[in-house]
Write a protein that binds this ligand. Structure first.
Ligand code: BGC
Length: 485
């Protein structure tokens, strides 16, 4: 565990009343080993529920992908990746021997597109693919149809590799007339409206893409996890454990299919608030969000929300006279006005406490709109403490999800590979160290050491390409790895 404020030598300079208040708040965020254990037990119970019944908050979605790549795969495919923040179009060439090359273009998705009509959003995606192909000087009019894998990072109940109904939007998206529809159909219609010679042949969640691309790179992988704008994990499960698969689907899969990738949708863990330690800062975030009472776990740990939790905490301290002498700024006052990247920037100076203080002061002035005379040394200490408190809880909770998959798959103590991606792991200083510390609390030092955590760089793009390759093999009748219900 990290030090409590009263144990911190710098924070000792703060007035007694402030220290007492910070200590009280820190206790709300603290997760000791026993608490982590309760969370993991609930996680595993929810995994089992989701595997046995459709419609559970922890959706445990069967992906109909029953094998992971081994790195020998080859081919060139288009990939379209709609994540939480960016839209990317890529051309991925799988070279075999665990290597790939990738050319990509990023496109911005405006708030209007995220929250307007779904048709406009899907038309924009088709326009972006069109632009990418034009840029690449491919005559899409005359070329033979290009195969595209679609990484769509939202909960979709899949019924085939190229078919799935959107269950709900997350991460600030709310485009109308999409929920309940087949997202591949929506995309293909948009391509067809533009007369593009592009066929979407595979739909993969970003976690599935991460898992597959990590397996392609390293030869094996049990879990693909995203700790980014949103959070989620996909892992390899025994088909026998997926009790909700109907006898017809099992028959169709055949006896040779013994494993299947499950997209857990763990961002929805504990929507019922049974175990997560909901503080007043979390509750404020949730009730002011566009999806109150949904994605509770995601709201504790992902990049979209950590800045906002921190902002709520800082404003509480301002309002109660502990911080900035009661002042705030328009930026700090505005909803989502403290981006998680600001927390990253504050922690970036992770050297000694005085350089951290200087960096924090700089960020508060340059990015949060404070006047230099409004920020005292004590204020910077408190802001640093707040960022650390929120981020440490997030990393420790992230470990619970990883441990739950290890336990569910009976892999505690085995050597295993976890592929990760997302802004929290990429940019948040110390995220993996803190996650590992909590994993040690949960599964013990020996088991923790056997877990390799590796970035699945460009996982979504490579994963989509691998999905498109599977679809091609399936169409050619060679697919042992993929089955459809
Ligand atoms: C979505 C998941 C996705 C995750 C990470 C969540 O909000 O529901 O489908 O995998 O974000 O991008």
């Amino acid at each position: 565990m990290e030090k409590s404020p009263t144990a911190d030598p710098v924070l000792h300079d703060l007035p007694e009343a402030t220290l007492k208040e910070l200590d009280r708040i820190e206790k709300m965020f603290e997760l000791d080993a026993a608490y982590l254990r309760r969370i993991v037990d609930q996680f595993v119970a929810d995994f089992r529920k989701g595997l046995s019944k459709y419609g559970e908050p922890m959706a445990m979605i069967p992906t109909y992908v029953s094998g992971v790549p081994d790195g020998s795969e080859t081919g060139t495919f288009l990939a379209l990746d709609l994540g939480g923040t960016n839209l990317r179009v890529c051309e991925v060439t799988l070279q075999g021997n665990h290597k790939f090359s990738l050319r990509q273009q990023k496109y911005k998705v405006s708030t209007e597109l995220k929250t307007g009509e779904a048709k406009a959003l899907f038309d924009y995606m088709a326009d972006s693919v069109d632009h990418f192909l034009t840029d690449r000087a491919v005559d899409a009019e005359n070329e033979e149809t290009l195969h595209l894998g679609f990484t769509f990072s939202f909960p979709v109940e899949q019924s085939a590799l190229d078919k799935g109904l959107l269950l709900t939007w997350t991460k600030g998206f709310s485009a109308k007339n999409a929920v309940g529809n087949d997202v591949v159909g929506l995309l293909q219609d948009a391509f067809d409206r533009k007369h593009l010679h592009v066929k979407c042949t595979a739909l993969v969640n970003d976690t599935v893409g991460t898992l597959m691309s990590r397996a392609y790179l390293s030869g094996s992988c049990l879990l693909g996890a995203i700790f980014g704008t949103g959070t989620n994990g996909a892992y390899v499960e025994d088909v026998n454990e997926i009790k909700k698969l109907s006898p017809e689907i099992r028959k169709e899969l055949g006896d040779h299919v013994t494993k299947m990738i499950i997209n857990g949708e763990w961002g929805a863990f504990d929507n019922a608030r049974k175990v997560l330690p909901v503080t007043m800062f979390d509750n404020k975030l949730d009730r002011e969000s566009i999806n109150p009472r949904f994605q509770l776990f995601e709201k504790f740990i992902s990049g979209m929300y950590q800045g906002e939790i921190c902002r709520n905490l800082l404003l509480y301290l301002v309002d109660n006279g502990y911080l900035f002498n009661g002042y705030s700024t328009a930026q700090l006052n505005s909803h989502y006005g403290l981006d998680t990247s600001v927390m990253d920037a504050i922690h970036a100076a992770n050297m000694n406490s005085s350089s951290q203080s200087i960096q924090t002061r700089k960020v508060l002035i340059e990015q949060m709109g404070f006047q230099p005379n409004q920020v005292s040394d004590e204020d910077t200490e408190i802001v640093l403490w707040a960022c650390r408190t929120v981020a440490t809880r997030a990393a420790r909770l992230s470990a619970c999800a990883v441990a739950a998959v290890m336990e569910q798959t009976k892999n505690v103590g085995n050597a295993l590979d976890v592929g990760v991606d997302g802004s929290m792991v990429q940019f948040y200083p110390g995220f993996e160290d803190r996650l590992r510390a909590a994993l040690r609390d949960l599964v013990g030092g020996d088991a923790e050491k056997k877990v390799t955590i590796g970035m699945a760089k460009d996982g979504s793009g490579v994963g989509a390409a691998l999905g498109a390759l599977m679809a091609k093999k399936q169409a050619d009748g060679k697919a042992q790895a993929v089955a459809q219900p």
